[in-house]
Write a protein that binds this ligand. Sequence first.
Ligand code: SAH
Length: 309
Amino acid sequence: MDFSHVPVLFEETISSLRVKPDGVYVDCTAGGGGHALAVADRLSPEGRLIAIDRDPDAISHLRQKFAGRENVILIHDNYLNIKTVLNTLGFPGADGILADLGVSSYQLDAAERGFSFHLEAPLDMRMSKEGKSAYDVVNTYGEADLRRILYAYGEEKFAPGIAKKIVAAREKKPIESTLELAEIIKSGMPAKARREGGHPARRSFQAIRIEVNGELENLSQAVENMFDALNVGGVLSVITFHSLEDRTVKTQFKAFATGCICPPEFPVCCCGRTPRGKLCGKPVTAGEAELEINPRARSARLRSIEKLK
Ligand code: SAH
């Protein structure tokens, strides 16, 4: 399988991390290793890059890519566990942490993983290859839950019609493949909507993938854990790909950067709270040149925060 994955916002992300040659860095979503390689290239033999991914295929690929690099440590885990990972390795904290959220190009392009609405495959979509799959979600969730997921995680306005069609189809036989599901999704949308704005199943597939992998459920906690895992002066950079993810990261970062939370009518501060972090400028989005070569960058947004205490 080809593991090519063009990293998004590449220069901006690497420079946001302010890599010091002897520092400790964590790539929480190492994937194809594009961002990770650029960090590793900036490290001395004393520096360390801890590259995490929950996908066992990504880790096997990274093992080859980073063979012989003694300052790179590969970890197959969920980034939610970043603090335990650092503890176990004996590092008190990291000087820079990156999370490039969502799904990678190689996951989308590997037909057998079942992420793509273009490629025929059994319904899977599990990044970690464990736990409930897209087959389970589509064939066992009640109609109301399906509707909620399509609305909430796909911002799919035709969620009611699509959920109804899914339930009707599976009463005849289980829904087994990606293309079968894509057709059912299309049949739940008005004809005009099927022809507008990209592939009609895109939003629903995104929603089901987010549910299968619990991508939003734990994001707040994960961002909190990443921020906790930073050394003072270290930077956390997060790249998001849709508005729900971005809202979560934005809210968390704002909370870290907020000091006093006393009601405005208080004459003096009683809470004694001071900011734990400082936002590093405005969120960064891709420029024209990048959009031309990498459509995945279309909705990418990079936010960075420095830890003050
Ligand atoms: N920056 C990478 C691409 C990242 S794509 C590059 O330059 O190649 C996102 C990756 O994050 C995928 O490989 C996916 O398996 C991984 N991932 C998603 N959620 C995760 C989680 N909760 N814990 C660990 N890895 C995760």
